[in-house]
Design a binder for this molecule. Structure first.
Ligand code: FES
Length: 85
């Protein structure tokens, strides 16, 4: 989804909503159809993995800077994402 110029992907991680930028750092494809396991999403295009808590890119060489993350609050049925810069 796009909110005020931010392209967001929301995931349910063991009952906690996580929001990250919806643009994979590999070639920029969306990651919102990726599979989630152990708190990490795997990009559906070529398999890059990201920790949804920190946004870090998980590589065979370790953790690297990754996706932008956003603070999320759930208020009743509403999901509020802080998109301030
Ligand atoms: S676009 Fe995500 S791994 Fe290639």
């Amino acid at each position: 989804m796009r909110v005020r110029g931010h392209y967001l992907a929301l995931f349910d991680v063991d009952g906690t909503v996580r929001a990250v930028q919806n643009t994979c750092l590999h070639v920029g494809n969306p990651i919102d159809d990726g599979t989630v396991k152990d708190g990490c999403v795997t990009c559906p295009w070529h398999g890059w993995r990201y920790d949804l808590r920190s946004g870090e890119h998980l590589t065979v060489f370790g953790r690297r800077p990754g996706l932008r993350t956003y603070e999320v609050r759930v208020v009743g049925d509403d999901i509020m994402v802080d998109i301030e810069d």
